[in-house]
Structures are given as structure tokens and as C-alpha cells.
Design a binder for this molecule. Sequence first.
Ligand code: KIV
Length: 274
Amino acid sequence: MTDKESSPKRKITISDLRCRRASLDRITMLTCYDAAFAALLDDCGVDVLLVGDSLGMVLQGHQSTIPVTIEDMAYHTRCVARGNSSAWIIGDMPFGSYQESPAQAYKNAAILMAAGAQMVKLEGGAWLAPTIKFLTERGIPVCGHLGLTPQSVHSLGGYKVQGRDESAANHLLADAKALESAGAQMLVLELIPSPLGQRVTDSLTIPTIGIGAGPHTTGQVLVLHDILDITPGRRPRFAKNFMHGQTSIRGAIARFIYEVKTGEYPAPEHGFSS
Ligand code: KIV
């Protein structure tokens, strides 16, 4: 009998993740798109697997996440769910699958939940509050996503740091509060100044998960292929190469977990100022 068979790891729940805010035990999240990596990341002890629509760029070779479909997301969510045993799984709602109405969002979120997601993630601010309320009242946990929202890359004028001036920062903070009030139970903050990451985190009771949002969020998320140095071209400044100094993928994942937990990552050079 292997150790895994004799003592299966307990499944992580949303209550566990909420408690991590109070205990200051940082949450580790990585993107994951298939069963093999799901089994490895889960075994290494990553808390949350995000089936991100970044798979459109990372796996499918698109220039943005916009072409990703709900069928693509359901397929990859099923693969991840088969490989995973204890991590919390978040499925990304792709572009065009939730913006139209709460009913449209429910129909597509239900597809991801049936595929094995335990929570869905939607990009956008206060305008999404009625949709988040609709989903959460019907038993679908929701993670918000503010700051650089990649599905809006063409409106934002590129992959740029958001919330840099006082008015944009105040707007983002108001959005974060609106999402929490509507029932969101977690919030991803992407590419914002580190002081704003702290301000938003301090103003909410739900866990915040940063990606290029500084060291003060409840947890950190990165794109798996970035930290394994597989992504072609220039890596964003916050996306540390965790393969550096490691001889295996397992070693790089373990290092990511260690550095997030100890606060070594993100270092000042991975963050942005106002
Ligand atoms: O799709 C994704 O991978 C994401 C992360 C960048 C947070 O949304």
C-alpha cells in the first residue's frame, strides 16, 4: 500500500481557504490545464488549481484569451478534476460566456461545475454584482477578478498595470467591495500597484489572490508554464522563473510553495509602484 492509499489527503474547502486569511497562512494557486499536472501540483501541496482561460495563449497559441470557448474550458476542467484529489479547483468563465445576463452565466457556470470545478471565476467590476448574486444564491461559488482583466485587453489598450492613479485605485476598491457584497468568496487581483493590493486586501474579508499585485494579498497565483520557464518570449516581471536552481519540475513547484508561504515571493522587484 502506498502512503497515498493509506492516508488520503483531505479535500480543501472554501471554509479552509477563508480561514487562511485570519491565520496569515498564504494560499498557493497555480494554473493547471491537464490531469498529469493536476496530480503533480496536488501531490506537491498546491492549495488551488486554476483552470485559467490563459490556456488559450499557453496551450492553444492564441495572442489573447478571447477565442477560448466554454467547451474548451469544460474539457480542460474535466482533465484537471480527474488528476486532482484534494486541491480546490476554480474554472474560468471564458469571454462571451457570462456578460450577457445572469441566466447565461448560470447556464455556462453549471457546465464548468458539472465538469469538476468547485468555483467559477469571472472578470469584471460592479456591473457583475447581479450575476454574482444570481450564481451564489444558486449554489455556485464565485471568484472575482479585477485589475488587468485579460478578456478586456483591447479596451484596456494592452497588458498594462491598472489602478495607478488615485481615481482608478478608488474605482477598483469600490468594485472589489461590490463583488464581495454580491457574494464573491475570493478575488484575484492582477497587475496592480503593491500598495493597492494591500489596500484592497485590508478592506475585504474574503481572501485576495495576487498576480503582480505585491506581497500583501492572502495568496499568490502564477501561470504554471511561466514559472517552469516554458512560455516562449518575454516573461512578465512578476512571473519568476522557479526552475532556476532546480533540477526537476517537482522541485520548482515545491520552491514556489515555499517562497509564497515564507513571503520570499513576491520580492519588491516582482511588484509595481503607484
Ligand atoms: O487565466 C488565467 O490564468 C488567470 C490568471 C492569470 C489569474 O486568470
